[in-house]
Design a protein around this ligand. Structure first.
Ligand code: ZN
Length: 288
């Protein structure tokens, strides 16, 4: 308890966990990831909690992972250093913070609903997709531009299982936004609601599920998650996770990062983003 980056509320049988770094669009630093894990576990252990809502304070659900320095935060310092020190240290830290913590949310016995809005980018998509149901506000921007910066689609490759393999290749290989209506049509999102209805609709759905017999709900969840695993999801996550580590360590990635850091030194993160997305913005204007 005493969490700094998470809000935890109980609304009758519903636990609502809010990512609470609104000034950063809820980018996930080390502390937030650990606190979210603790909060989710607390809700899952509580027999009075029948559904969990995961949402974001401010304008966005989450803009991804945050590896930036936070003065005085030793946890963040250690996380950053391990991410940079060596391939094996990065493997360890991404195992601990990304893969395992994501899977822990997926494997909660309590049903989870992600209420998403604004930026849902990179690690934000990963996190939302660990939830059983997703309700999206109309202003949601689903975006995984990881291959533009020589990544490999993220640490946990959720998209093929959400929107299909062919569509995933298109969106990863262009780095374009995934249109929200398409995400809904393909089954990634349960429904889209007006921005000002997001909170109420997520709560309504959670309260509806909370009326159902909880043991039966939990058993069904377990069976369906297992079915996805038997269909190859668990193995695919593991396999992609290792290839993702390779993507961090390629010559291509080293060259790209060296060039990008020149732009960051000149103009900060804005310069980095311009270097990454500039060529594609030009393409987008031409509509291919
Ligand atoms: Zn990574």
């Amino acid at each position: 308890m005493g969490w700094k980056t998470i809000l935890y509320e109980e609304i009758g049988p519903v636990a609502r966990i809010t990512l609470n770094r609104p000034e950063t669009h809820n980018v996930q630093n080390a502390r937030l990831i650990l606190e979210l894990d603790e909060a989710a576990e607390k809700a899952d252990r509580d027999p009075n909690i029948r559904a969990i809502i995961l949402c974001g304070a401010g304008k966005s659900f989450s803009s991804g992972h945050d590896l930036s320095p936070i003065p005085g935060d030793e946890l963040q310092q250690d996380y950053r250093e391990r991410h940079r020190r060596s391939v094996e240290d990065r493997l360890g830290v991404e195992d601990e913070y990304y893969l395992n913590k994501c899977l822990a949310i997926r494997n909660l016995k309590t049903p989870t609903i992600a209420a998403i809005k604004g930026n849902v980018v990179l690690g934000g998509i990963m996190l939302a997709c660990m939830c059983d149901l997703i309700i999206a506000a109309e202003d949601t921007r689903l975006w995984n531009p990881s291959i533009r910066h020589c990544g490999s689609g993220g640490e946990v490759m959720v998209l093929p299982f959400e929107i299909g393999f062919r569509k995933t290749k298109e969106y990863l290989w262009t780095g374009d936004l995934i249109p929200l209506e398409e995400a809904e049509r393909l089954g990634m999102i349960n429904r889209i609601v007006p921005n000002d209805r997001l909170e109420a609709e997520a709560l309504k759905l959670a309260e509806r599920i909370a009326l159902m017999p909880p043991v039966s709900v939990a058993l069904t969840k377990r069976a369906m998650n297992k079915a996805q695993d038997f269909m190859g999801m668990a193995m695919a996550f593991e396999y992609q996770y290792v290839w993702h580590q390779m993507a961090h360590a390629t010559r291509e990635s080293a060259d790209w990062n060296a060039e990008a850091s020149k732009h960051s030194r000149e103009k900060g993160f804005k310069g980095w983003l311009e270097f990454r997305d500039g060529p594609f913005d030009e393409q987008a204007k031409k509509k291919y």
